[in-house]
Design a protein around this ligand. Structure first.
Ligand SMILES: Cc1cc2nc3c(=O)[nH]c(=O)nc-3n(C[C@H](O)[C@H](O)[C@H](O)COP(=O)(O)OP(=O)(O)OC[C@H]3O[C@@H](n4cnc5c(N)ncnc54)[C@H](O)[C@@H]3O)c2cc1C
Length: 380
């Protein structure tokens, strides 16, 4: 495995970094305070290829690999976790599902709009009563001639109100049976499909999280992805890739918090010396640097396996689990290094601290990652 950044990865990272500095950084706290979802930023990122990083050029995307994708998500998340989260959900969940499991007609119709940022995507698996236990979903799709009628609600959906298109996984078989769900593409404006309550969150406040409601929503069978009954299996594959993006999101947040802490520790003087001179502070920085590097290596390993088309369920779960816990630890220590100033909104670390917690929850909690890893190592 090659860990040195190649020229393409470096250049792509630079594009994302420049964009984040110019078009995101000045507004981060305003969006956070007001919970404003800045949809126009995603249209702009689309013009740079950041909304379809993994989509082949033939479908309007940038045609890059997972290693470049990790670089993009990290650079954006270093500046704003919310924008990083939305970008990750758009690229690897909605777009990623259509890319992996859509037929040629579906890919030609939807991927160019998603990859160029003309459209924003949502992906609905979670429901009010079924998060970790997603296979037990209540939303149903019932066949009616050449159509399906979808009824139910999806909750905690990134872009649940603003997404122009959603991939929705609904139950088409009996509860608690294998192969009981199917994935559909539903366009905004389809009668019976609406956005519901928007969540008021601890962190990631500029990333829209909302309900999606389906009330006798009729979709054509041509919008079904793959075979009837294949929805949950498809979702697990999509989440394998999605977990690499949450690992990258975690890395961006951790690096942002670490870099701010390093700088502050050299500038802040107590007892007539920079606080970085105190071993208690310097050891925190040493732990941060070491754990971030370990998380990055795990993430790049999973990305490399994914690029080579190899199974990476265990490696993606390890990267997501470890990197997300590191993001929480690093941003917690960052607030400590900043002392009282870290507890205010005048410095960036309180936001990293709030944003980081999502990383141990979304796309499978840390507990669920450990179940996945344990299953893989025990049944090997
Ligand atoms: C900001 C945000 C954005 C999101 N975006 C999306 C999205 O775009 N699309 C989507 O479909 N979903 C999305 N989600 C949902 C997210 O994936 C779920 O919140 C997550 O999977 C956890 O489900 P839950 O919240 O229902 O928690 P639960 O499943 O109710 O878990 C509660 C607690 O119990 C633990 N637990 C559950 N089962 C077990 C077990 N078997 N063993 C041990 N511990 C267990 C969990 O680890 C957790 O600590 C989003 C969530 C958030 C917060």
């Amino acid at each position: 495995m090659e860990f040195a950044q190649n020229e393409v990865t470096r250049q792509v990272g630079e594009v994302a970094r420049d964009f984040a500095r110019q078009h995101i950084k000045p507004y981060v706290m305003q969006w956070d305070e007001t919970q404003e979802f800045p949809a126009q930023v995603f249209h702009e990122m689309g013009k740079l290829g950041l909304m379809g990083v993994l989509v082949p050029e033939a479908y309007g995307g940038a045609g890059l690999s997972y290693v470049e994708y990790v670089a993009v998500i990290q650079e954006i998340a270093k500046v704003c976790g919310s924008i990083g989260l939305s970008l990750a959900a758009h690229n690897s969940l909605c777009t990623g599902h259509i890319l992996q499991f859509g037929n040629e007609e579906q890919k030609k119709k939807y991927l160019p709009k998603l990859a160029t940022g003309e459209w924003l995507g949502a992906w609905g698996l979670t429901e009010p009563n079924t998060g970790s236990d997603a296979a037990n979903m209540k939303t149903t799709a019932v066949r009616d001639g050449n159509d399906w009628i979808i009824n139910g609600a999806k909750s905690w959906i990134t872009h649940g109100k603003s997404g122009n298109i959603a991939v929705v996984v609904a139950r088409t078989g009996e509860p608690r049976t294998s192969g009981n769900s199917t994935a559909f593409i539903v366009e905004r404006g389809t009668p019976g499909f609406s956005g519901g309550k928007k969540e008021n969150k601890l962190g990631m406040r500029a990333s829209e999280t909302a309900e999606m409601i389906f009330d006798n929503c009729r979709v054509s069978d041509s919008l079904r992805m793959g075979e009837v009954g294949d929805g949950f299996r498809q979702s697990l594959k999509v989440l394998d890739g999605g977990r690499i993006s949450i690992a990258a999101l975690s890395l961006g947040i951790a690096k942002g918090a670490y870099e701010a802490s390093l700088q502050y520790s050299k500038e802040r003087h107590q007892f007539d010396q920079p606080i970085s001179n105190f071993q208690a502070i310097s050891f925190k920085l040493a732990d941060m640097a070491t754990e971030i590097m370990a998380a990055e290596l795990l993430t790049l390993q999973a990305a490399d396996l994914k690029n080579r088309g190899e199974k990476m369920t265990k490696e993606a779960a390890m990267a997501k689990y470890y990197a997300s816990e590191v993001a929480v630890k690093v941003s917690t220590d960052a607030v400590q290094i900043f002392g009282g100033y870290g507890y205010t909104k005048d410095y960036p670390v309180e936001k990293y601290y709030r944003d980081s917690k999502l990383c141990t929850i979304g796309e499978g909690t840390s507990e669920i990652q450990k179940i996945v890893i344990a299953r893989e190592v025990i049944n090997k």
